[in-house]
Design a protein. Structure first.
Length: 168
């Protein structure tokens, strides 16, 4: 038995949460674009692409990379919720969501810790440090890797369940 129907209440809650997650995604994307690139965009219009504005643009683009990964993780959570709301509980749906979300969270946290300072320095905006020591990013990286690992466990459980279903 590959699929089991989900109770109507869980499907309804999944659909509602998917809608709210979609609203949250729209707000976060708008905030990311306006916060990271609004002032720099105005500077580009006013001052042109002089070196200091380009350095600020590069620094903001580097800082936006981990935030983009978190937004991507929310996108995949929303996609999984929509699949669950369709009424089918399927192990690969959850495993795929865990892997994608875990990978994006770990990638975003690793970028924030290691890549953002170097990219900002490369853009000409020296952050003053080589590695961004941030306990929240370290924890998020570990959580992301763990979610991706749990996806493998869930996939294996689904394979075992399929084998057992084939026997009986």
């Amino acid at each position: 038995m590959d699929t089991l129907p989900l109770p109507a209440s869980l499907r309804t809650r999944s659909a509602r949460l998917a809608r709210w997650t979609g609203v949250l995604l729209a707000i976060l994307v708008l905030m990311l674009l306006t916060e990271r690139f609004g002032a720099v965009g105005l500077s580009l219009l006013r001052e042109g692409a002089d070196p200091s504005v380009r350095a600020r643009l590069g620094a903001e683009a580097a800082a936006a990379l981990p935030e983009g990964c978190c937004i991507g993780a929310l996108w995949w959570i929303r996609a999984a919720l929509l699949e669950l709301a369709s009424g089918v509980f399927h192990t690969p749906i959850l495993a795929r969501a865990l892997r994608r979300v875990g990978t994006l969270l770990a990638l975003g946290a690793a970028l924030a810790l290691f890549a953002v300072p170097s990219l900002q320095r490369l853009a000409g905006a020296d952050p003053g440090y080589l590695i961004a020591y941030d306990i929240g990013s370290i924890a998020l990286c570990v959580v992301g890797v763990t979610l991706a690992m749990l996806a493998q466990v869930l996939e294996r459980a689904g394979e075992v369940q399929s084998e057992l279903d084939g026997m009986f």
